[in-house]
Write a protein that binds this ligand. Structure first.
Ligand SMILES: [Zn+2]
Length: 503
């Protein structure tokens, strides 16, 4: 996600206090045909969706060919039901009080998901729905599921879409379908991760999976989606679109009667720009094309064939999903709009291909997406935005934020890997995951030098693709690239021990 803070001050310098100790590590080899390999041992989702625009609802049937990739034997499988965070009275609301009226422009509106007819291997099971916000579906398995074994879980679901400018919600501009279907929780350390929704950050964590999705919708809608369009058939006033996506972490769509589309191919990737009010669509598309080209060169190749950039209503700056990004249609300037395009596209590398647990490690994907914008501007000087300008703004605003929060909170916590629900406010999360993380990556670059930093990004991308990156794998990649000990560097930044002061 992109949450741009508004800076007005530039030109600060910093003294950064660091402690270093020696830890050496080595990177492992990447692979070439990464999608083919990653899709082989992944869960397969077959979704059939029917969208009803009169009721702003979606009826779905799901057939999930689930694979147990853990070493444990499973007796049940958990799924997130994210739309239930949008219910009236939800404990973990999708929007903070401060942003509520910006998001719900027509007043309160609520959404939900109801799951029924749950079967395992075609037999009815006694499923349950739990979690504080009825946001976890628990499916008992009819027999133990051993490591590397598969089982078939099927169910029907009804989704009510709220009127809200969010990842999941409809407005006059479009219907955003992000996090709208039951998605399997990640199983790790002997349990399913059932982290709730949070208005801070992107509260999502899901494994690489494969999708076959059919959407039936009125003919007058234009559909932007994760994956490749494989088939399209019209019956009366309805059209069914069939998408296939291999080795992706999630599946999202945005549909609208107002979208125009512009397309350009770069490095074998078809970039489609869906827009409804952008007065400079060709320029926006070119920014997307340059972003893909630049990041292909800097980090390693984007492995998918499609990337959709969608101008839509969204209360924050933008949102990333695999193969598709949402860009807010009410940003304050075109420069900011451009920046959000670049930031969200960078997430295809950091979040999409290289995943992380966004419930606690968002500083990795957000920090790298923000830093990728700096690298983009350095490599595309026609945008006339310098590294020094961005860092000066980040540093000055971080120091001001620290001063204010240091006064407000007695034990001001500057650690960067807390659970999303542990941040006191939205700005606190934003400053830690975005601004401080950018300062960390720039400090790293100064420490190990430009070429080692560039090599480290390539190593990190190659070694963590289709996996979940962590603080450890981040450290290992840059240690390998620089041949320098960096554990204490990352620990002191991430644990909040670093002291950042301006002069
Ligand atoms: Zn982001």
């Amino acid at each position: 996600m992109s949450k741009k803070l508004r800076y007005s001050l530039i030109g600060a310098t910093a003294v950064v206090v660091l402690v270093l100790t020696c830890i050496f590590a080595f990177s492992s080899c990447g692979t070439n045909n990464i999608i083919k390999i990653a899709s082989r041992d992944a869960t397969n989702y077959d979704l059939n969706l029917i969208y009803n625009d009169d009721t702003k609802s979606l009826y779905g049937t799901a057939n999930v060919d689930y694979i147990n990739t853990s070493d444990d034997t499973l007796n049940e499988v958990f799924f997130h039901l994210y739309p239930n965070a949008f219910r009236e009275g939800a404990t973990y609301k999708p929007v903070s009080e401060q942003r509520w009226s910006d998001a719900y422009i027509n007043g309160d509106s609520f959404g939900s998901i109801t799951v029924k007819n749950v079967k395992v291997n075609n037999k009815d099971v006694n499923f349950s729905v739990g979690g504080k916000d009825q946001d976890i579906l628990v499916v008992p398995l009819s027999s133990a599921l051993y490591s590397n074994s598969r089982t078939t879980i099927s169910f029907d679901f009804d989704v009510i879409i709220p009127n809200v400018k969010h990842r999941f919600g409809y407005t006059d501009s479009a219907v955003n379908l992000g996090n709208f279907y039951p998605i399997a929780c990640v199983y790790e350390n002997g349990a399913f991760d059932t982290s709730p929704y949070s208005y801070n950050g992107d509260p999502f964590y899901s494994d690489i999976a494969n999708y076959n999705v059919d959407l039936t919708i009125s003919n007058d809608f234009v559909v932007a989606s994760t994956g490749e369009l494989k088939d399209k058939s019209t019956d009366g006033d309805k059209t069914t679109y069939s998408y296939k996506a291999l080795a992706v972490r999630d599946f999202a769509m945005s549909v609208s009667k107002n979208f125009s589309v512009k397309t350009e191919k770069v490095d074998g990737v078809e970039i489609q720009y869906y827009y409804h009010s952008d007065s400079q669509p060709d320029t926006s598309l070119q920014t997307a094309v340059k972003a893909v080209s630049t990041f292909n060169d800097l980090f390693g190749k984007y492995p998918y064939k499609t990337l959709n950039v969608v101008e839509t209503s969204f209360v924050h700056g933008g949102m990333e999903f695999p193969n598709i990004v949402f860009i807010s249609d009410d940003l304050s300037s075109y420069e900011e709009y451009t920046n959000v395009i670049v930031h969200e596209i960078a997430h295809q590398w950091w979040y999409g291909v290289v995943g992380d647990n966004q419930n606690k490690d968002g500083y990795i994907d957000e920090g790298l997406a923000e830093y990728s914008c700096i690298l983009f501007y350095e490599n595309n000087p026609e945008y006339q935005i310098s590294r020094q300008e961005i860092l000066g703004n980040d540093l000055k605003s971080y120091i001001l934020f620290s001063e204010i929060y240091g006064d407000l909170f007695e034990n001001f916590d500057t650690s960067m890997d807390r659970e999303l629900t542990q941040y006191n406010t939205e700005p606190e999360y934003t400053y830690m995951a975005y601004v401080k993380s950018v300062l960390m990556f720039d400090n790293l670059r100064q420490l190990i030098g430009d070429s080692n930093f560039a090599k480290g990004l390539k190593t990190f991308y190659k070694d963590n693709q289709m996996q979940f990156a962590t603080r450890d794998t981040l450290t290992i990649a840059f240690e390998s690239a620089s041949d320098m000990p960096l554990k204490s560097f990352f620990d002191s930044w991430i644990d909040g021990e670093i002291v950042i002061v301006g002069n």
